[in-house]
Ligand binder design. Structure first.
Ligand code: NAP
Length: 301
C-alpha cells in the first residue's frame, strides 16, 4: 500500500523536480501537485510534464495533500510555512528536504502549531540548480536522514520512511542537532573550504587566472565543482547551521596550523601518517557504495 496518495511539492528546483520525477516513476498513482515562486519555473515544470498539477501558489498546492514537502532554500522555509498554514488538510504531514535541520524544525514548528512536522534531508545532490537539473534516480542508494521532533507520531515517521524507501533511498533517523553536527563535517565544511580555496586562487597576483584554469587538472578543478553550487542555498546553509559550522571551523583551523608546522619543520612522518589515514577514508566510501572506484572519478583520459 502507498504511504501517501496526494503529495504536494513546494519549490521545483534540483531537489523538488527530482522528487517529482521519482514519485512519477516509483509511485505513479500518487496525485502530485507542485508550486514554485518563479513563474518561469512553473512554466518549465508544466512543459516537462513531471506533475499532475502546477499550482500558482503554495497555499493552493497543499489543500488536499496528505504529504507536503518543502524543497525551497532553508531561508525561505518560514515564508512558505506561513503561506500554507491555513490551507493544510487535517492530518497532513509536512516535511522538507533542507540541508539544515535544527533551524528548519524551529521555524516550521512555530508557523504550523498542531501540524505533524517531520523534517528530512536526502543526502544527495549535484552542483546544478533548477527543474532541468533534476532526475528520478537522484536518491537511489543515497541516505535520507529523518529528524523527527520529540514526541513525533511514530506512524507518521514510519509513513515518511516508507515514502523515501520507495524512492530508492536508505533511511536513517536522528535528532536535528546531531544531524547538523554530522553534516557540518561531511558537507558544510567541505563546501566552505571549496568556496574559500577557489576564491583565493582567483585573487592571486603571482599566478594568473588563466594559469589557474589551464593547470586545474592538478586538483583545483575538483574543488570548483563543489564551489559551483547554488549561492542562495549555501548562504542559507551557513546562516542556518552557524554554531556547528563555527565549532568545526575552529577545530579545522587548528589542524591546518599543525600541518603548516609539519611542513615548516620538515616533519615528513606527520604528513605521511595523515595522508595514509585519509586514503583509508576514501577506500571506505567506495566500499560503502557511496562513490565510484574508477580513477579520477571516471573522467576520460
Ligand atoms: P534550487 O534548484 O535553487 O531550487 C529551489 C526552488 O525553490 C527555486 O525554483 C526557487 O525559486 C524556489 N523558491 C524559493 N523560494 C520560494 C518560495 N518562497 N516559495 C516557492 N518556491 C520558492 O535548490 P535545490 O538545490 O533544489 O535546493 C532546495 C532545498 O534542498 C534546499 O533547502 C537545500 O538545502 C536542499 N538540498 C539541496 C541539495 C543539493 O545538492 N542541491 C541536497 C540536499 C538538500 P527562485 O529561483 O525564484 O528563488
Amino acid at each position: 500500500m502507498l504511504p501517501f496518495t496526494r503529495v504536494a511539492i513546494i519549490g521545483m528546483g534540483l531537489i523538488g523536480s527530482s522528487l517529482a520525477r521519482g514519485v512519477r516513476s516509483h509511485m505513479p498513482t500518487v496525485r502530485l501537485t507542485v508550486a514554485d515562486a518563479d513563474p518561469a519555473v512553473r512554466a518549465r515544470v508544466a512543459a516537462l510534464d513531471i506533475a499532475d498539477d502546477v499550482a500558482d501558489g503554495a497555499g493552493a498546492a497543499v489543500v488536499d495533500a496528505d504529504l507536503v514537502i518543502l524543497c525551497v532554500p532553508v531561508g525561505a522555509m518560514a515564508a512558505v510555512a506561513a503561506e500554507i498554514a491555513g490551507e493544510l488538510s487535517p492530518g497532513a504531514i509536512v516535511s522538507d528536504v533542507g540541508s539544515v535541520k535544527g533551524a528548519v524544525l524551529a521555524v516550521l514548528s512555530a508557523a504550523l502549531p498542531g501540524v505533524a512536522v517531520i523534517p528530512a534531508h536526502p543526502v544527495a545532490g549535484t552542483e546544478k540548480s533548477g527543474p532541468d537539473a533534476g532526475f528520478a534516480s537522484l536518491f537511489e542508494n543515497r541516505w535520507c536522514i529523518i529528524t523527527p521532533p520529540e514526541g513525533a507520531d511514530a506512524g507518521a515517521v514510519a509513513r515518511l520512511s516508507a515514502f523515501w524507501t520507495r524512492l530508492g533511498a536508505r533511511v536513517e533517523t536522528m535528532d536535528a542537532a546531531h544531524h547538523d553536527r554530522v553534516l557540518a563535517v561531511t558537507s558544510h565544511l567541505p563546501h566552505l573550504i571549496a568556496y574559500s580555496i577557489v576564491g583565493t586562487a582567483s585573487d592571486l597576483e603571482a599566478v594568473t587566472r588563466s594559469e589557474v584554469i589551464k593547470y586545474s587538472a592538478g586538483g583545483f578543478r575538483d574543488f570548483t565543482r563543489i564551489a559551483a553550487s547554488d549561492p542562495v542555498m549555501w548562504r542559507d546553509v551557513f546562516l542556518g547551521n552557524r554554531e556547528a559550522v563555527l565549532e568545526l571551523l575552529g577545530r579545522f583551523t587548528e589542524d591546518l596550523v599543525a600541518l603548516q608546522r609539519a611542513i615548516r619543520w620538515g616533519d615528513g612522518d606527520t604528513l605521511e601518517a595523515l595522508f595514509t589515514r585519509t586514503r583509508d577514508i576514501r577506500r571506505s566510501i567506495i566500499d560503502e557504495g557511496q562513490d565510484t572506484d574508477t580513477p579520477d572519478f571516471g573522467r576520460p583520459h
